[in-house]
Every structure is written in C-alpha cells, then in structure tokens.
Design a protein around this ligand. Sequence first.
Ligand SMILES: Cc1cc2nc3c(=O)[nH]c(=O)nc-3n(C[C@H](O)[C@H](O)[C@H](O)COP(=O)(O)OP(=O)(O)OC[C@H]3O[C@@H](n4cnc5c(N)ncnc54)[C@H](O)[C@@H]3O)c2cc1C
Length: 541
Amino acid sequence: MPRLSEASDADCFDLVVIGSGPAGEKGANQAAYHGYRVAVVERRSEPGGGAIAVAGVPVKALRDTAVYLTGWSRRDVYGVGISLAPDLVMNRLRARMGEVVETMTAAVAQNLERHGVELVHGDARLGPDRTVIVRDPEGRERTLQARVVLLATGSRPYHPPEVPFEDPDVHDSETVLSIERLPERILIVGGGPVGSEYASIFSALGVEVTLVDRGERLLPLLDRELSETLAENLRRSGARLILGGQVESVRRDGEGLVVRVDGEDLRPQIVLHAVGRTGNVEGLGLADAGVEVDDRGRIRVDQSFETTAEGIYAAGDVIGPPGLASVSMEQARVAMCRAFGIPLKECVDPLVPTGIYTLPEVGMVGLTEEAARAAGEDVETGRAYFAANPRARIAGTTEGLVKLVFRASDHRLLGAHILGEEATELIHIAHAMLHSGATVREFIDTTFNFPTRADAYKYAAYDALQHLEARAGSPERVEENGSRRGALVGGAAGPVLSNVNRVVNARRPGRYVVAHNLGSIGPTRRPRRSGRGSRSRAVVK
Ligand SMILES: Cc1cc2nc3c(=O)[nH]c(=O)nc-3n(C[C@H](O)[C@H](O)[C@H](O)COP(=O)(O)OP(=O)(O)OC[C@H]3O[C@@H](n4cnc5c(N)ncnc54)[C@H](O)[C@@H]3O)c2cc1C
C-alpha cells in the first residue's frame, strides 16, 4: 500500500489504532517502522493497555515481590522466614508494583515516540468512511481520517449480575490490585490462570486461601499430571481447593461476607471473582461501520485479522481467545503486515506456548498427553523431576518436573510440559524443538550447560527413550512420509493437534530413524532408494 504524501493533513493517517495495549502498541509500531503515518488513540491517561496497568505486568510484579519478601520455597533451605506485618506488606507490594508499572508505561510511551507514532488521548469510536472520532477528557472531538483502522480495545473482567461487585470487599482481577491491607482470608472463584496465579501469590504471603472452581481440576488446559501436581503444591502451601464446587451466593451479614459453597457458609474477608473476560466493544460504533461481532460479542475477523468492514482490522483480546498479551502482539503485527503488504509476517505462530505464573510456574507447548491420546496418537512420555536436577538442588527449589510427549511411531516431539521455577522460560527450548520437528534424539544429542534446569530435558528424553525402546524390543519403523500426517481430528485437541502436525510434518521426516532389532536410534544419511518405487528404511549402527 503506498504511503500518505508528506503534504497530508494533520488529521490524516495511514493507520489509526484504537487502544494502546500489547496489540495496539505493536501493530502501530509495525506499520510506523515501515514508514506509515500512525496515530494511536488511548482513553487511559497512560499507554500500555490493561496488560501494563491492571493485568499481567502488575500481577507478575506482585508475584515476584511476594516471592522475594517471603523467601517462598527457599525458606526451608536457608532457615530464614520473614514475618510480614499485614498493614505494611501491602504498602511494600503496591510500591513495587507501582514502580514496575511506571517503568513499563514509560517504555511503551518511548517506543511509540521513537517510531514517530502520535499518541492521542481520548475515547474513540468509528465514524463513516474509515474515520475515527476521538472525544478527549474535556469533551472536545477530533476526527481522524484513516486508510486502515486497527481495533485493539482489549477486554475487561466479566461481572455476572449475581455477584455483588458493589461491595468493597468483592473484587475482580483488576480491583484486587488496589486493596490496602492484606486480608487474613481470601476466597477466589475460578481456577483458571488468573485465579491460580492469585491463589499462589496470596498463599505465599501467608493468607488463608480458598479457591473454588466448578471443574474437577485446576487449569484444565494443562496436562493432567501437571495440574494435579500444582494443586498438590498449593494444598501443601496451605490453600484449600474446592474443585467441582459451586458458589451458590455471595452476600454480607452483620459479621461480614458470607459465601455459600455447596451448602457450606464460608467467611472470607475478601472475595476475588476471576472467571471470564468481556471484550471492549461498546460505544465503538461497530454496527454502523459494518463490523460484525459473534454471538459472544467478539469481533469477527478473517485470517488477515480484517473485520467484515474493508480496511478495518482487529487484534488482541477483543477478538476472543486465547486472551494472551503474547498472542495479541503477534496478531496485530500480522494484521498490519497483511494490511500494508509488508513482506514480514504471514501468520501467527501456530504453536502458541503457555506460561502460567503460579508458584511454581508452568510452561507448556504442543499437545498434552491426554489430548494426544484422545486424538488417536500412540504416544510415549518421558519425565525428569527437578528433585534430581543439580541446579534445582543447589538453589533449593526442587518442586516440579519436565514431561515430554513423543509420538511413538517416529519419536517426534508432540508436546512439552514443565512445572517448576523458570518453567515459562525453559519451555521455549521445547518450543524451538517442536518447530524444528525434533525427535527424542535431538534432546539426547544436545549438550546442556551444567548445572542447569534445562538439563532436565535430556533426562526426560532418556526416560522417554527407555519406554520407546522397551516397546516389544523393536521399535516401530519410521514411515518416511511421516505417519498420521496432518490428521484432522475433532474435539478440543483438534486445532492444537492439527497445528502440531502442521509444524512437525512440515519438517523433513526420517532424519533420525529407528534401527530395527537393535532398538537404537541415530542420525542417518538421506535414505537411498533401494529399488524402483520402494524407499529403503535406513538403518543405522
Ligand atoms: C490478571 C491477568 C494476568 C495476565 N497475565 C498474562 C500473562 O502472564 N501473559 C500473557 O500473555 N497475558 C496475560 N494476561 C492477558 C493479557 O493481559 C491480555 O491478553 C492483553 O492485555 C490483551 O492485550 P490487548 O492489546 O488486546 O488489550 P488491553 O491490554 O486490554 O488494551 C486495550 C486498551 O484499549 C483501550 N481502549 C478500549 N476501548 C477504547 C476506546 N473506545 N477508545 C480508546 N481506547 C480504548 C483500553 O483503555 C486499553 O488501554 C493476563 C490478564 C489478566 C487479567
């Protein structure tokens, strides 16, 4: 798309972005970097979106501060426990959160400025013919003309009508950040990432935590083994988990809050409701602009992130799951590359890693063992526990494990699951391996620094290899064209599996093959044809 001429009117832009969260910021910078004239409209007083003001960033700052102040899992190692005065600790935590938010907000503002993006303060809505009308806090309106619009207005916590959020002690994931005193008892509704992260943090701070979730386990997106181990860790740290439980009512009597759960009256000092989010679509003038939303109020987009209105794109939480800052940024970058014909990014990484900042952390990428099996894959798994990992032992943080899921037929990695310190960082090794179509062999052949937690990958791979070799003493042959290629399956595992297959099978299969009868595997030269129409099964060793 040609750029606007320099003589353009001050209110004419190649791109106007509504919202300056992860999606808005990165989309704006992507276009501006390639020479397009860009404005970002933000209704908060500072840029950075919910992610920096009230979501991921402050919660992670709270978590890290809680870990530092309490010593968390290292308390037992060094015999040092810090007792925290409830009235002082919240001040400390909030002061640190404030510093982090300030630094990160400044970084976003500087980044926009460095790219020459104009930041416009006000509430934006769509006008006719790709105009964006901005109302500033004084009520003045300015109309921006755009050739492309990016809607990146994000989401907010869902407030079911039966929950009395008007009560000062009933919070959502954003308002809980502003409590002034650490409660003695908190009841958290929701065992998803947000509820579980807060449960970990409050538990580490010595608060009596009760977490209620309708599901039979925490974080159902996780591999069952990890979710159960995490639940066990939380219980050991003193939290009460009511899984498969139903919150029947939240009310206040003369003595305080009363939460009825499965017929039992619980008396927390505060309630945190952490179930669901709603897209910020109200007041944007979507219908008049021809932008359709689905039956759950999420803006509909195609593969280019273009909405049903030509030239109007949308990215981030406002288009629905997965509701991650990491993915929101990528969606917006791809959207802007597509909109302006920038030959940099065609699509969003089909293998989205997940990081959950509980105590301990969780990282996962690819298929869980259950999802792989449900999709008809024959799998083998390998595990290495941090209790046996030298670096974890030295540090005294030995909770958790690395679990790898391999396809039995060709030993290819299908998924990786880590519970433990730095899991959200470590998972990117598996992420890269998965992208390269790695088999168990790549983990075994890699030299890891010693001592490192990453070394646990190698031992998880050895464990998997043992299981693979034990299969009838004669592992299956590798199909040169890859077995079960691109299987399309239904159910929850379907999209993930087809994504894993898309990536795994895009690589050349057969780089490592199984030696018949020897039960060993190793690198091969490219298989030679042994005869017309038949491809040799290359045997190594
Ligand atoms: C407690 C919590 C923890 C999280 N932790 C993580 C994590 O660890 N990792 C991760 O990847 N994700 C995490 N997330 C999710 C992440 O915060 C969101 O996915 C991300 O913020 C979405 O980015 P976005 O740009 O779509 O929207 P947002 O960050 O919500 O930004 C949207 C912006 O648009 C502005 N806006 C809305 N409407 C208008 C309008 N009409 N005019 C002008 N401006 C407007 C808003 O003021 C806001 O600033 C977490 C979320 C929560 C709630």
